[in-house]
Design a protein around this ligand. Structure first.
Ligand code: 5GP
Ligand code: ZN
Length: 113
């Protein structure tokens, strides 16, 4: 997708600090971390957000969640962590490429909104 920031990160046009990569997904550190550990996990296929998931493009989501658990373990988040996906304007989504935030490394706020 032209002009998609995360597609540019996937292509290498924009550099990132990679944490995990395979043929389907990429995980990299958020540029403005909101917790001691803040990682973004994205599919390499451009999907705008959770609201663009369908039966035919959503298999990557289960793969992402299996890898999220592995990444969290590798990052030492043994006491827990949070996975968040913002959707659309009201959800606070700023990049329209499906992504899951992994937040951890401290006791997170109980407030969710
Ligand atoms: P959203 O607000 O859409 O849920 O999350 C987008 C995230 O992307 C934000 O947490 C923001 O800090 C992160 N972000 C924006 N631009 C860049 C960038 O160029 N590199 C990296 N690594 N993260 C970015
Ligand atoms: Zn994209």
């Amino acid at each position: 997708m032209e002009n998609c920031l995360f597609c540019k990160i996937i292509s290498g046009e924009i550099p990132s600090t990679k944490v995990y990569e395979d043929e389907k997904i990429l995980a990299f550190r958020d540029i403005a971390p909101q917790a001691p550990t803040h990682i973004l996990v994205i599919p390499k296929e451009h999907i705008g957000g959770v609201d663009e998931l369908t039966e035919s493009n959503s298999a990557v989501v289960s793969h992402i969640f299996v890898k999220i658990a592995e990444i969290a373990k590798n990052e030492g988040l043994s006491n827990g962590y949070r996975v968040v996906s913002n959707i659309g304007e009201d959800g606070g989504q700023t990049v329209r490429h499906l992504h899951f935030h992994i937040l951890g490394g401290e006791k997170l706020s109980e407030k969710m909104s």
